[in-house]
Design a protein. Structure first.
Length: 469
């Protein structure tokens, strides 16, 4: 209490602000569950890094991807799993160009001859290089990776072969799409995609896939179980393809010139959504296995507020192309509008599993938690978002308000000050900052804000006056 007046403890103006910014929203549901498990990891055997490096490094190779003209377009990592030249890497590494060369630690160059099998959903590919008696690694056949397991990653960070990082398994996440990801504390940096994640025995328990830099360091690997299944599929396939022919190209261009596609886009621009829907339905009938046809059909349904139909269309889109983050994101937004917040979080997580720095997805997950009154989860979300987008005032506002809803005014102070610094004309942020000051017994600072609000927003100034001494 201040004098005889009750302290305000709920943020004002949040509901309005959240509503007007519902197209933004952020967190790491992935990291959040993970953080809970990090508190008491299991004790596992120590890794002799020197011995492991000597044993495993010869089987790890730098992959250089080039376009049809021979120009380098990407680099990554792969590792051998047979003496004859079978090599595993991340699908997103080799999809960037039609040619690839594997470079060994001893300087040897091995052109990639063909692709044996691929799994875009799990971001894996099995390639073949020409060689004999090559060093190789073994995939772990254990179907259970324990949190706390000590691991090491050997890769080609920034194109530098033989780079090693160590850490532990901090979580194992199962996604609704059937994908399983292992989160590790060892760094996965550019060029490390496709690197083996090794346990103390030198067995591959995962394949480095994605990472997030910024406010939170998140590093993900695909489980070895998915790689074993893909290798088995490769062995059962009667035919293989050249690398260029095997890469599944983006099928967006397949419908770009279609008259119904062009008409649908014109109808959308004219806000004629019922007409847009008819053209999109024609496209889906003509291109039933084209993800883009289903995606724009979903967009048309959203315009007409037919959310269940939109979700069904987006599900078809990710069926045909599970690595399109924008489809997962649109699905998440639709669930959010439909007030199905758990499903929205799951869809955003699927997108984040592919692209962890998908900023708006992080913010939306935070907003979904906020709507569910899971304020501490929302705090973690918005904190991640502000780490990645420090100049976005809405992130700081949402973080500060979430702290206020759990009565953590000390924690709310800095985020709200950052929001006001970025957007001094934001009357809602100014009001909430004053409320924080009052609860922290800093009445002089609150009165200064009151004087500003008299000009910015007299109505909020009147509300604030009731709490001032």
């Amino acid at each position: 209490m201040i004098g005889s007046k009750k302290h305000p403890t709920k943020a004002q103006g949040k509901k309005k602000d959240m509503k007007s910014n519902s197209h933004l929203a952020l967190l790491t549901v992935v990291a959040l569950s993970i953080l809970c498990q990090l508190s008491a990891p299991a004790q596992t055997e120590q890794i002799d890094l020197i011995a492991l490096s000597k044993k495993a490094s010869p089987a790890v190779m730098l992959l250089v991807i080039s376009d049809s003209n021979g120009k380098e377009v990407a680099t990554g990592t792969g590792f051998l799993i047979s003496a004859e030249g079978k090599l595993i890497t991340s699908y997103h590494v080799i999809e960037k160009g039609p040619k690839a060369v594997a470079k060994g630690g001893n300087g040897g160059l091995f052109p990639v001859e063909r692709m044996l099998a691929s799994d875009p959903k799990n971001d894996l590919a099995v390639l073949m290089i020409i060689g004999k008696d090559l060093p190789f690694l073994k995939l772990s056949t254990s179907n259970k990776t324990e949190v706390g397991t000590r691991i090491a990653i050997i890769g080609s960070t920034l194109g530098l072969e033989g780079s090693m990082s160590e850490g532990i398994v901090s979580a194992v996440r199962d996604f609704t799409s059937g994908r399983q990801l292992i989160q590790v504390t060892a760094a996965i940096l550019p060029g490390s995609s496709g690197s083996p994640v090794l346990d103390a025995k030198g067995l591959v328990i995962g394949i480095a896939s994605s990472f997030l830099q910024g406010g939170q360091a998140l590093n993900f690997a695909v489980s070895a179980e998915a790689a074993i299944a893909l290798v088995a599929r490769a062995e059962n396939m009667s035919a293989t393809q050249s690398l260029d022919a095997a890469i599944a190209r983006d099928d967006y261009e397949a419908i770009l010139g279609d008259s119904d596609y062009l008409a649908a886009r014109r109808a959308e621009s004219a806000l004629e959504y019922a007409r847009q829907l008819r053209y999109c339905q024609n496209l889906v009938r003509r291109y039933p296995d084209n993800y883009m046809a289903h995606q724009i059909l979903g967009d048309a349904y959203v315009h007409l507020n037919l959310f269940e139909d939109a979700i069904a269309a987006y599900k078809q889109a990710v069926k045909w192309n599970p690595r399109k983050t924008e489809v997962w994101y649109n699905m998440g937004l639709t669930y959010f509008k439909f007030k199905k917040f758990d499903e929205a979080i799951t869809a955003f997580m699927e997108g984040l599993a592919i692209k962890p720095d998908l900023l708006n997805a992080w913010f939306q997950i935070g907003s979904a938690y906020f709507q569910q009154k899971k304020y501490r989860d929302a705090i973690y979300a918005y904190r991640t978002y502000t780490g990645l987008a420090p100049n976005e005032a809405n992130g700081w506002l949402s973080l500060g308000v979430s702290h206020m809803f759990v009565q953590d005014f000390e924690g709310a102070l800095e985020p709200m000050k950052r929001c006001v610094d970025l957007k001094p004309e934001n009357a809602s942020a100014q009001f909430n900052l004053a409320i924080i000051y009052i609860n922290l017994r800093k009445n002089y600072a609150a009165k200064q804000i009151y004087n500003k609000l008299l000009t910015l927003d007299p109505i909020l100034a009147g509300k604030l006056k009731k709490y001032l001494r």
